[in-house]
Ligand binder design. Structure first.
Ligand SMILES: [Zn+2]
Length: 411
């Protein structure tokens, strides 16, 4: 029976996501939904507790239950509560709390007077107005049934959404933030040396540089740093994103110094995942079983390609401007320091390693081993130290600005 509740919840999420996908395709973008207070209500009869959340447009949602005390949690991505609460007709619930999670989801927690278990959850969209209604119908359960349901859900959540385990946990206080984690990704390694010139391997150069950049970043005490490899070993492209997830990375910086056959390219380039490339990320990840690597916090297993596409589009809307700002900040600092930039220093492409749509990711070509002047710099320890300082300055500057912007966005 507990499993049935899950199936119902997940199915409801699937229906609404398909609807949201349609709305997004028509509208071209998914602005934030607003709560329509007048059409929303919580009410109870002897046998049913009804929760209706009216929204200005459809939005992905998920629900679950928590025991001691019995609670129902509804997460919506994303909704502006507008400082309101949902009208409760006749004190149908003991308390309600509305807030926003650090990752952009909005959360409604209903503290229940009695053990009620979700019977049906759905979202319907009015085709004329484009407005949506999330409707939860809960039926009376015994305390034992509720606790069993909550335990079963907790196990499921622990396995699939570890980040969701503590729904009521307050975000960390602003005066003591966790240090953001930079994932440095020295390209190639092991059986894949990358570019090679005069017996020098790109995989060795970028590993040396990554270690210097790590030291520089750690010395400043702003970031924690992890690396996808710290030895001459092969790591798959997916494995690099998995490593970033495992480290709880906040941003991803891949380091390369490739050679181009024409030999004309020179100077530093920062690559981003292009919007088109992020679109076909959905197609790409559809072939993979470990889709969660592309988007943390949402269980992609068993979701259809369409749902995956919508979830990724929602995440990418937040991430794309942050990644763009990161690339521009990096390039500005490199240019201002008098280091050589490529004539088109910010470019986008469909790099597999940049496909985590919810984590700003860039690929830096430090220079090109195919260009003699770049090659000399890439082997110069002083140039390494200078470039590491400049990139660390840029990452620090971007982080500060990004934190401010994200704070503003959540208000
Ligand atoms: Zn490379």
């Amino acid at each position: 029976m507990q499993v049935m509740n899950f199936a119902r919840t997940l199915m409801a999420a699937a229906i609404l996501l398909l609807q949201a996908g349609g709305a997004m395709a028509q509208g071209g973008q998914a602005a934030q939904a607003r709560l329509i207070v007048g059409d929303s209500a919580i009410s109870a009869t002897r046998g049913e507790l009804a929760v209706d959340i009216a929204l200005s447009q459809p939005a992905p949602f998920r629900t679950r239950i928590l025991a001691a005390p019995p609670r129902v949690v509804v997460d919506i991505n994303t909704v502006d509560w507008g400082g309101a609460t949902i009208p409760d007709q006749g004190n149908a619930v003991a308390a309600q709390r509305l807030g926003h999670l650090p990752d952009g989801w909005a959360r409604l927690v209903l503290e229940l007077n009695d053990p009620w278990l979700p019977a049906t959850t759905e979202q319907r969209v009015d085709p004329d107005t484009g407005r949506a209604r999330i409707a939860l119908r809960l039926s009376r359960a015994t305390d034992e049934e509720f606790d069993m349901g909550a335990q079963s859900e907790a196990r499921f959540v622990a396995r699939t959404h570890p980040a969701l385990l503590h729904p009521d946990a307050a975000p960390p206080p602003p005066e003591a933030p966790r240090r953001p984690v930079v994932m440095l990704d020295p390209g190639h390694g092991g059986i894949d040396p990358g570019a090679e010139r005069d017996g020098v391997r790109e995989s060795d150069l970028v590993l040396q540089f990554a270690r210097i950049l790590r030291e520089e970043l750690l010395r400043r005490g702003v970031f924690d740093v992890a690396m996808t490899r710290d030895a001459d070993v092969f790591v798959s492209l997916d494995g690099r994103i998995r490593a970033a997830r495992a480290a709880g990375a906040d941003l991803f910086v891949s380091l390369h110094a490739d050679a181009l056959p024409e030999g004309m390219a020179s100077g530093t380039i920062v690559y981003l995942l292009g919007d088109e490339a992020s679109d076909d990320s959905a197609a790409y990840l559809a072939e993979r079983h470990d889709r969660a690597d592309m988007l943390a916090g949402v269980d992609m297993t068993g979701n259809t390609d369409e749902i995956a596409r919508v979830l990724m589009a929602v995440a990418w809307q937040d991430t794309a401007p942050r990644a763009q700002a990161l690339a521009e900040t990096l390039v500005d600092h490199v240019g201002e320091a008098g280091l050589r930039l490529h004539r088109r220093p910010v470019q986008s492409g469909a790099f597999t390693v940049l496909r985590a749509v919810d984590m700003p990711s860039v690929l830096i070509e430090l220079g090109f081993m195919s260009n003699p002047r770049d090659m000399a710099q890439l082997q110069d320890p002083e140039w390494h130290a200078h470039m590491a300082r400049v990139l660390a300055d840029a990452l620090e500057g971007w982080q500060e600005e990004d934190t401010t912007l994200q704070g503003l966005r959540r208000r």
